[in-house]
Every structure is written in structure tokens, then in C-alpha cells.
Design a protein around this ligand. Sequence first.
Ligand code: 3EB
Length: 313
Amino acid sequence: MPASSLNSASLALSYGHAEAGLVEHSGGVTVALANPVLDGPADETWVRLAAGGSRHGSLTLWHGDDGSRWGAASVVVEPGSLAAAAERVYREIFQAQGHLTLQRIWNYIPRINAPCGGHGQDRYQAFCGGRARALQASGRDGAGMPAASAMGTPGDVLTVLFVAGTDPVRHVENPRQLPAHRYPARYGPHPPSFARASLVSRPDGARRLYLSGTASIRGSESLHPGDVVAQLSVALENADLVARAAGLTGGLGAGGPGARRLRLYLRRAEDWPTVRPMLDAHLPRAGDWLSVIEADICRPELLVEIEACVDTA
Ligand code: 3EB
């Protein structure tokens, strides 16, 4: 293949599709999700690919042209097998990871709030159980995991996207939230495992902050059930605290124009006009990239979650 067409191949996370799946095409690969787009771009291009994908079990793996490694699974979950599907995907991620460091993981969990297994558990908790078993099987504890998001998605497909690399990564916590792997058992028998953010340092001194899905949680408790405006305010505060804890002076506002990409997830599409003025007030800069996606949040009382990627020189 001529270098020019290799250079144009890219990996994008893309919302608003009739069906979820990995779509390889002449322009690269699209990780397609069925969540509706409420505003802003439907696609987020993450990296230019240096080569075509290779298979590893349920994963497809790619090399980014910047040395990063990307992998994705998009698997149909048969009834009753969400935990097993999550365990399989995570076991394969840990195998594929080799000597690389995980930087960021996105999880899209079909019908995330639906009951599961009849012991008062829901599907998010089942997903956490499968992920916990894979962690245990690979001899890890939850403490070393990178930034992540775990969102609901319509249909029956579990989608997991991750990026790993050789650059140094510092995982960051929020001083006002309990680390997720230490959540008490009332949020589920197997706590989630992710860092609030992961800061990647490039050889040229540039840094990238991957900010996890961030909700209205303090300590381990959900604040302001049912109040989307108050929830967004806490989520934005949390995001800012984490960005500052990562050393970004200026918090979530760090970096020059175009340095920040932000995604807002809303459980209820009708809340977008309500919260839009708040976001406009928090994102006053030209060049800010904002995508608004309809998605269920992992706890039923939560209505909004934000995630971000901030590049600084
Ligand atoms: C929270 O703070 C909200 O299970 O990987 C955010 C990011 C959330 C990642 C995960 C869950 C996850 O607990 C939920």
C-alpha cells in the first residue's frame, strides 16, 4: 500500500449507528456504537493507524502511527452471559497487553441497569464481576488499572476499546472520591477497577490526560439523585479536581485551543437543553470539542457523566 493511503487510515469511535460493531473500511476502522448522538460530532478520531488489524480471540489489535497500540472487542452477549463475556474480553486484553501499559479503556455495556442473576444485582455489577475475575486470573489487583468509562448502550453488544503504550503513565485519583476499587460492597460484590484519570508523558515532553467517566459521586456516594443540573455541577467539579490532581494547572481548562475534547453522556435526551447553558459557561473557549451522547449511566440514580481528553505541550 502506498504510504499516503496508510497515513489516511485512522481509528474512530463513532456513535449513532443502527448496530454496534467493528467496521473496517478503506479509511481505517470504526468502532461503531448504537448510542444516539444528541449534539456535536458523532465521530472521534483517535489515531492514525500504521498497519491493518490483527485478531487475538475476540479482540482486534492495531498499531497507531505514534507507537500506541489499540484494541477493541465488539461481542454479542447471549442472555445470562455478560459476566463471562466481560471476563473473556479482559483476559484477552491482559494477554495482548504484554509489556505495554494500559492508558485508557472505554466499556459500553448492553442494558447496563437491567437486573441480572436474580440476587438483586444488575448488569453493571455482573460486568464488574467478570472484569474482577480476569484481573484476579492475571494476578493483578484493581489498583493498577487506567482511566475508563463504563456506559450503557442499547442492544446486546458489549464493546470494549483500549489503548496501551510504552510511554510512562501516571494514574490519578480524586481527593474527594474513594478509589473505585475500594467502593463498599453495597455498590456490588466486585468493586469496579479504574483510575480517575491517566496521564501519559510523551518522549517530546507533551502530555495527554485521559479523564475517566466522571459522575456526581463524592466519597462513594451518588449526590443529587434525579437532579441533572446539580449532578452536572458535581461532575464538572470532580473533573476539575482530577485534572488538577494530575498536575494540570488550570484543571480541565488546561491546554491551548483545541487541546480539549469533552464528551457528555446524558441518560435522558430531554435534559440536553436544560444543561446546555451550564456547559457553555464551563467551556467558553473557541476550539473546544464537545460531543453529547445519550447513554445510561452505571448507577440508576445518575443522569449525567462526562469524560475528557486533554493534550498539553
Ligand atoms: C463512578 O465513578 C462512575 O466501571 O470502569 C466511571 C468510570 C464509572 C469507569 C468502570 C465506572 C467505570 O463509579 C462509573
